[in-house]
Design a protein around this ligand. Structure first.
Ligand code: 3PG
Length: 186
């Protein structure tokens, strides 16, 4: 997994090019396209075909049906806000990395039982931020985290400085990339 994981919401399929071009232009080669909009699967499939150099995954995958649709569309990784055993099993069968949302010791233990050692920590700001990550890392030194939710330029560096942080997720990467491209095209 790359260090930065933009959480992408595509409302219309036609927005896909603009967003992915902006991310690439900002040096980001990953996109977590979320299953929050009707065109998510179509956008993933379009992105995989047209941006083969990027790592395209699916986010907000909350059940087996969405997971299967995401994998059929070509998603290379799956992210959930929480932990779904059925999603974990489908990903394992297909040899696709799965990053479930885990914020409690019980959820982390469940992830470990499923063979998962990198989890999304969401919403990072609400569940105690870096302080919570450090406390959780004491009993779970083998676990890496992807803090997401409320992370932005104001706090990204403190998360990045912690060695248990595998990557950072957030929608702010998209906004920042679009703003940068707009500024450059002025
Ligand atoms: C997610 O699904 O990961 C979050 O909606 C991202 O949260 P953010 O918008 O605060 O980055």
């Amino acid at each position: 997994m790359e260090k930065f994981v933009p959480v992408v919401v595509i409302k219309e399929l036609s927005e896909t090019d603009k967003i992915l071009k902006a991310l690439k232009n900002n040096g980001i080669n990953t996109a977590e396209i979320t299953f929050r909009t009707a065109c998510a699967a179509e956008a993933i499939s379009y992105a995989c075909k047209n941006y083969p150099e990027m790592s395209i995954g699916a986010g907000t995958v909350i059940n087996a049906e969405q997971c299967k649709a995401a994998l059929d569309a070509g998603a290379q990784f799956i992210v959930s806000p929480g932990l779904s055993v059925s999603v974990a099993n489908i990903c394992k069968e297909n040899n696709i990395p799965y990053y479930p949302g885990c914020v409690t010791p019980t959820e982390i233990m469940q992830a470990l039982e499923l063979g998962i050692t990198t989890v999304k920590f969401f919403p990072a700001n609400i569940y105690g931020g870096l302080k919570a990550l450090k406390a959780l890392s004491a009993p779970f030194p083998q676990v890496k985290f992807i803090p997401t939710g409320g992370v932005d330029r104001s706090n990204i560096d403190e998360f990045l400085a912690f060695d248990k942080v595998e990557a950072i997720g957030g929608s702010f990467f998209v906004k920042e990339s679009l703003d940068k491209m707009e500024e450059e095209n002025k």
